[in-house]
Design a binder for this molecule. Structure first.
Ligand code: C2G
Length: 130
């Protein structure tokens, strides 16, 4: 069984997130999403609209997702990969190059980021139309 892992906040879930998850899952048999906790989001200068629990609930309902575990800090990826016997690490290419060091542990693939949609854009456009 080929195991895939990916990371993110996945707030205000949109089709860019879904396309990432769909393509990541298509590369193997099992997809683990490591979901940024509310506390870790603060370290990423992000404040998610939905809580960790609700973002986890939403992700677990997606057919491409097999497991959701918490992301608490930047330096847990190596441990996540070894603890979960991961074969492939996948991220959007806005992160291209940032996680190449993980090639010591598993394959690393960056998938093209979906243009024209982002959580930030959704928030801004809703604010402008309020
Ligand atoms: N994404 C995408 N297309 C978009 C928006 C997001 O492909 N239009 C991808 C991102 O590249 C990322 C994933 O969806 O791979 C999740 O995006 P975010 O929730 O914004 O995650 P991020 O804050 O980048 O967290 O340790 C890594 C971090 O936790 C990554």
């Amino acid at each position: 069984m080929k195991k895939i892992i990916t990371y993110g906040t996945f707030d205000l879930l949109h089709w860019g997130h879904i396309r990432l998850l769909e393509r990541a899952k298509s590369l193997g048999d099992h997809l683990t999403v490591v979901l940024s906790t509310d506390e870790f989001n603060l370290k990423k200068d992000k404040v998610a609209y939905h809580s960790y629990e609700m973002r986890k609930y939403i992700l677990e309902s997606i057919k491409y997702v097999d497991a959701v575990i918490p992301e608490n800090d930047w330096c847990q990826k190596e441990r996540d990969i070894t603890d979960n016997a991961i074969d492939l690490f996948v991220m959007g290419d806005d992160w291209k190059g940032k996680f190449d060091y993980l090639t010591d542990y598993c394959e690393v693939v960056y998938l093209s980021r979906t243009k024209g949609i982002s959580t930030t854009r959704i928030k801004m456009e809703l604010q402008n139309h309020a």
